[in-house]
Design a protein around this ligand. Sequence first.
Ligand code: SF4
Ligand code: FES
Length: 368
Amino acid sequence: MNERLLPPISMLAELTHRCPLQCVYCSNPLELLKADRELSTDAWLALFEEAADLGVLQVHLSGGEPTVRSDLEQLVGCLTRRGVYTNLITAGVGIPEGRLEALQEVGLDHVQLSIQGANAPTTEKIGNHRGAHEKKLETARRVVELGLPLTINAPIHRHNIEEVPAFIELALSVGAERLEIANVQYGGWALLNRNALMPDRAAVERQVEIVEEAQSRLQGVLAIDFVAPDYFAIYPKPCMGGWARDAFMVAPDGTALPCHAAATISSLHFERFGEWSLTDIWLDSPAFNAFRGDEWMLEPCRSCERRDIDWGGCRCQAMAIAGDAAATDPACVKSPLHSRMAMLISQANSAPSSSADNFQYRRIGRTW
Ligand code: SF4
Ligand code: FES
């Protein structure tokens, strides 16, 4: 057992993979789980009790679309009773009248609403759902009317990068407290659609200027978080704050994972809640321990002054691009494979599959 390990701070609970939208950048795995593979209400309640015992302070309730679970009020109520902060991550489409009120009643603390475009045609194109934009704006209005804090999450890629100023206006107009301008991370469905989603460098540079100007102009009015695009970076991000360092996630079937795309590292085996306790997984899972800290690092990370700032970047991106999960994230300028990022950008920008016609929409049960 790892005696020096601190407890996790936050957990992302992917309650379901079911979702009314089919976003082409979805971070869920390509092999989505059907409803009959989801944990039961009792199993989620037991898992949340144990998470609270373990020390988890905040749970992000996500999916798929978490509001398709009819037991969501019970789950939020359990977390509230245990003093755990709850954040509902929703697509904001098809939430019945009274549901947000019921969730607030049992203690929901925060709502994060994803919006695919700053206008209806973009939102509908990216999520493949007619009428989605109006429904999302209506959800935003209801959340703010209830007095719940609202974050707008805007996943950015080639098809909406020029809409960043309009996203800022939209967030202001609905009364959001926070806006996340989050450049798409190329894992899951976004990796499959990379050629159709990758922006060009000039657009990325314009976006950075716009966001920086708005961050300073709107101080105290709207907090704007910026998730930079890895492929255009010099140094990588500390993905998940470091592998199994203070956060983890649970898939709909109870599989505990250090991050969204961990299952793409086929050399690792991930335990399921029920077979292992959460505490045992956090402390002793070989997969959770595989890239913890810095002892696993190879050069150039091993002797780098940034190794406990970015923890070597993203293991899943190293797997996807370098073919080795222990390699330096190729987003890093010190990686021998860094130039491959520029090559992938230019390949995507010149690919014939760069139009929306070539989107591979997220779909449960897609056959390959
Ligand atoms: Fe981070 Fe490794 Fe690059 Fe250093 S060499 S900046 S630790 S990814
Ligand atoms: Fe797995 Fe970054 S998505 S470590």
